[in-house]
Design a protein around this ligand. Structure first.
Ligand code: ATP
Ligand code: MG
Length: 584
């Protein structure tokens, strides 16, 4: 199967109010990254720093008084910051960090909820030359300890409740020198630990201007631990140079224009929340909404209505939850400001793309990338028709390949390993402290993504599965995504996770775990109906042989279905590293 059963969603470029930034066919053929490097501002000393490109270049120019951040707190508080104001806050924080003796390359970690101060600390630390590592605020003490120990962080920026949550692990962090506690709007009445520094006091003392350290494009800037979907999370390290691709993809893959009001729903604890919740919009000089609260369907639609969001970047799990909440909910709100919607993080089921098109009058544009790639690599662009279920075409300047185990190219339409030609600007530059693992990802001139995919006759890429998740049943290779997507087309199914279960005859059989939408009850009849339904959508060899109903599927905290855990539990095997697992 190279295309899904859903028809292509056609675009009428002439009818578009905003003309897409990218003419793919024109740019793709003869593109040179130098063109994009030339669009950056660069530091006065000739170096490159992400904070300068995202904030100072605008604060020093005509965007000085333009809103960079619209913040809504979880208790309904509202604050706004212009690029000029962002410069002052981040300069101050850079001075705070410098006064603590932090040098270029030292690690500064941030463990906070989505408060404006998280963003000030992030860019302030980059200005001071530090390598910044944001951690997801819902982590408990163990994942925080593992990441702070592994990275050897010297400074931790956090908030009172999270600081208390990790008190027990502090004595185990031998390299940690300072803890800075942000008490946003005096939300927390308890005095802070006397050994800690108060963010508010330090900022009040700090000078309001700072000369950004003249970091080179090759200096490290950000560290992100991967989601832990397939195993122990790895600390991928990125360089300042990555900013050129974050800028370019903001413009091309998210189609950001000057007047957009943009909302990325990802948390900065994951790479999407920094590459696209900070760098892409702000390097493009775009205003963005940052919402501290969590997921609630009606609230999310209300935010789009209230802030007149034009470009929205979210994830398949969230889209499936919106679908689950029902079509009547978005119809109660004015969604007419939206003009472009995109998704990343997991395969986006064709059903979800089509649903978007029905409800919002435009499809979700799926795009593919990883923590390691630092930025979008393959996308459905504003200028192109969308084939529901496809992750689109490679970014100009990026070479993707589909190869077999010998790294030979496989023909169009056949499944293979998805690889990338090294040298794209936002490529990671190491797994922290793990050179053997880093080196193992490069073979025969390719970077191995760990995913399998296929390409169709029009050059569109189709995700098949994680290489480890591909199922071998009676000689057929089956990608779990294809089976999951077929199942969720059934009106009763909210989510599905599919694994290969060892079988003495077929090698593996396809087993599906299914959670139902509200109002549906599990029953033998429904199970049989789902079996029949999937057989009608897929071939008999590919359709699940077993279906088990579950209340919910195990997910990483970044919202991905953890198939390895479904499999370990099914087989009664050890669960492995579950530090990235969402609490069940
Ligand atoms: P770990 O590497 O620790 O197992 P992870 O791979 O989930 O975790 P991330 O870097 O957050 O960590 O996720 C990247 C992966 O997510 C990709 O390799 C791919 O498997 C999946 N993914 C991301 N976007 C898409 C997409 N649009 N379609 C299909 N899969 C996607
Ligand atoms: Mg991965």
């Amino acid at each position: 199967m190279t295309t899904s059963s859903f028809p292509t969603i056609k675009k009428d470029l002439d009818a578009m109010k905003v003309k897409p930034n990218l003419d793919y066919d024109k740019v793709r053929g003869n593109f040179d990254w130098q063109e994009m490097y030339d669009e950056l501002d660069w530091l006065p000393g000739g170096g490159l720093n992400k904070a300068h490109e995202a904030i100072d270049r605008h604060a020093n120019g005509r965007n000085r008084d333009k809103l960079a951040m619209i913040w809504e707190g979880k208790n309904g508080e509202k604050e706004t910051y212009t690029f000029g104001e962002m410069k002052v806050h981040t300069d101050k924080f850079a001075n705070v960090i410098k006064s603590l003796g932090i040098e270029t390359g030292d690690r500064v970690f941030i463990y906070m909820e989505r408060l404006p101060e998280l963003y000030f600390a992030f860019f302030g630390a980059l200005k001071a030359g530090a390598v910044v590592g944001p951690l997801f605020s819902a982590f408990g003490p163990d994942p925080v300890r593992d990441r702070l120990q592994d990275s050897g962080a010297k400074v931790l920026v956090t908030q009172p409740d999270l600081r208390r949550k990790i008190t027990g692990i502090i004595p185990e962090l031998f390299e940690l020198q300072h803890i800075i506690v942000v008490n946003k709007n005096n939300r927390d009445p308890q005095p802070i630990n006397t050994a800690d520094l108060s963010y508010e006091e330090e900022m009040a003392k700090a000078p309001a201007s700072f000369d950004i350290v003249n970091t080179s494009q090759y200096d490290y800037s950000i560290m992100h631990y991967t989601s832990g979907t397939t195993g122990k999370p790895k600390g991928a390290v990125h360089r300042h140079q990555a900013v050129v691709q974050q800028y370019a993809t903001g413009k091309w893959a998210l189609d950001l224009h000057e007047d957009d009001i943009y909302w990325c729903t990802a948390d900065p604890g994951w790479v999407t929340g920094t590459s696209y919740g900070m760098l892409a919009p702000w390097t493009n000089g775009v205003t963005q909404l940052i919402y501290e609260g969590g997921f609630r369907a009606s609230k999310w639609y209300e935010l789009i209505q209230e802030y007149k969001i034009t470009v929205w970047y979210t994830a398949p799990t969230a889209i499936r939850m919106l679908m689950r909440a029902g079509d009547e909910v978005p119809r109660r709100y004015d969604m007419s400001s939206l003009r472009f919607m995109a998704s990343v993080g997991e395969p986006l089921n064709p059903e979800a793309v089509v649903w978007g098109n029905e409800i919002f009058d435009m499809p979700f544009h799926d795009n593919w990338w990883q923590t390691e790639t630092g930025a979008i690599m393959c996308a459905n662009y504003a200028c192109q028709d969308v084939k529901p279920g496809s992750m689109g075409r490679p970014l100009p300047g990026v070479e993707l390949g589909i190869v077999d185990e010998n790294f030979d190219p496989v023909p169009v339409g056949k499944d293979g390993i998805l690889v990338v030609r090294p040298g794209w600007p936002s490529m990671f530059h190491g797994y922290w402290g793990n050179a053997p693992m880093y080196n193992s990802r490069f073979r025969k001139g390719w970077y191995i993504t760990g995913d399998s995919a296929r390409i169709d006759e029009d050059g569109f890429y189709w995700f098949v599965g994680r290489t480890d998740d591909v199922i071998n049943t009676a000689g057929h290779l089956v990608g779990p995504f294809e089976v999951e997507s077929a199942l969720i087309e059934h009106p009763a199914v909210a989510e599905a996770g599919v694994i290969g279960k060892p079988d003495p005859i077929a090698m593996e059989v396809v087993k599906a775990f299914v959670s139902l939408k509200d109002g549906y009850e599990e029953s033998t009849e429904l199970r049989q109906e789902l079996m029949r339904f999937s057989r009608s959508k897929l071939s008999a060899a590919v359709a699940p042989r077993e279906i088990e109903f579950v209340a919910s599927l195990p997910k990483t905290r970044s919202g991905k279905i953890m198939r390895r855990l479904l499999k370990a539990r099914e087989l009664g095997l050890p669960e492995g590293d579950t530090s990235g697992l969402e609490e069940e």
